[in-house]
Design a protein around this ligand. Structure first.
Ligand SMILES: Cc1ncc(COP(=O)(O)O)c(C=O)c1O
Ligand SMILES: [Zn+2]
Length: 405
């Protein structure tokens, strides 16, 4: 383990390696600090390249030691070229980062792997979280893999596919009559009372670090270069901020040169406090979500202002995507690339199209679009496109229909 201490991202206060959820001075988020000076000499491309084919190849820039026997290790997901979609959208080069290839088909396996490793170091027996669906899946599967208990809090009206995919691992699901933000508040209250490892409360400083590995992998997979642009969805804003931090860290330790990618974020119109804050230049104002992109429906995003800062610092932007375009974007992605992303990905592609429309991204750019979740968990917005040709079990009749007979 190479993290030396947790320090506040907002005010810089040093917190040691305590289990504080947020800064005791200003409630800001805590980040593990690394000895980047030492890593500048010790952490080489060759050292990383000999590591495992998972996120643990970047253990030097993670705050926990990899398990002696890693089980269901996430990460090292494919980065695939999408030339047909690049042409349709109007960008020079387009790559998809397929985090659907993780064990529970979303990027949340990354954050949970790191938080769970910390929970195990602390001897905690139960993994827990508040979730918009994918995090619950990841927590439940990780607990099953490690022989821990799992208890998750989700809005009761989530997509049934996500709730079932969580319960199958033996997790206890608390289906809350309320929004994600209600679940989040409950988990903060319960974290003071229960000896559970709440991955996105007490373990949040460790959890967030898992997302940096998306940036590390993209740079390594592009042969140690940064793309010009990365497009990502935003809910709490944690992943967007941490991916940005990941690129900065790779630069600081001298693994990659050149400017960090411009970070473009997307939010659905039914829940867009961060995109609104980006436009207004003011801190975000919480909203009550009403969106089909359930995984992004966080009305009070903990890292919302940091996501805005990351977009501004990199010369990027954050866009609002119309609700009725989300399913169309899911279909466009599937039809031009063979990749079925979830509603969050419909939002991400919508944000890229908006950025192209506004001239922020174009033919000279090499773009990476994060496919953070799997469409099989959220099929509803594209279900209308299901229109099979009904035929009898008779080849002659089909040939006739095709005009071949
Ligand atoms: C598929 C998917 N993409 C993106 C996000 C956004 O992550 P964050 O809350 O870190 O902004 C989520 C969050 O649940 C998600 O499930
Ligand atoms: Zn602080």
């Amino acid at each position: 383990m190479s993290a030396t201490t947790l320090s506040c991202r907002a005010c810089g206060k040093d917190h040691g390696t305590t289990e504080a959820a947020v800064c005791s001075a200003c409630f800001g988020p805590l980040d593990p600090e690394y000895d980047l000076e030492r890593l500048r000499t010790e952490l080489t491309r060759e050292r990383i390249a000999t590591g495992p084919h998972s996120l643990w190849r970047y253990a030097d820039l993670l705050p926990v030691s990899p398990a002696a026997e890693p089980r269901l290790a996430p990460g090292w997901t494919p980065l695939v070229s999408a030339p047909r979609l690049a042409t349709v959208v109007g960008v020079g080069e387009l790559y998809l980062k397929l985090d659907t290839a993780n064990p529970t088909h979303s990027f949340k396996d990354r954050v949970v792997a790191v938080a769970a490793a910390r929970a195990q170091e602390l001897g905690l027996q139960t993994l827990s979280c508040s979730s918009t669906g994918n995090l619950a899946n990841a927590v439940a599967a990780r607990a099953a893999a490690e022989g821990l208990e799992a208890a998750v809090l989700c809005p009761a009206d989530l997509e049934p596919e996500k709730l079932i995919a969580t319960s199958v691992y033996g997790a206890t699901i608390y289906a809350v009559d309320g929004t994600y933000d209600d679940c989040s508040r409950l988990s903060v209250e319960l974290s003071f009372e229960l000896p559970w490892g709440f991955v996105n409360v007490g373990l949040r400083a460790y959890y967030g670090e898992g997302s940096k590995t998306l940036a590390f992998e993209i740079a390594e997979q592009l042969d140690w270069q940064f793309p010009d642009v990365v497009v990502a969805p935003i809910a709490s804003g944690a992943m967007f901020s941490k991916v940005t931090q990941g690129f900065e860290e790779f630069k600081e330790v001298g693994l990659v040169d050149g400017p960090c990618p411009r970070m473009i974020g997307g939010q659905a119109a039914g829940c867009s406090p961060v995109a609104t804050a980006f436009d207004s230049g003011e801190p975000f104002v919480p909203v009550r979500p009403d969106s089909i992109a359930r995984s992004l429906a966080i009305g009070n995003p903990a890292d919302g202002n940091f996501a805005v800062a990351a977009a501004n610092a990199t010369g990027g932007a954050i866009h609002t995507v119309a609700e009725d375009s989300i399913g169309l974007n899911m279909s466009l992605l599937a039809e031009t690339t063979g990749v079925f992303g979830e509603t969050a990905t419909g939002v991400t592609l919508g944000a890229l199209r908006e950025a192209v429309e506004r001239g922020q991204v174009g033919e000279n750019d090499r773009v990476v679009l994060l496919v953070t979740g799997d469409g099989l968990k959220t099929p509803k917005p594209v279900a209308d496109g299901f229109d099979p040709v009904r035929i009898g079990a008779d080849a002659e009749a089909l040939l006739e229909l095709l005009g071949v007979a």
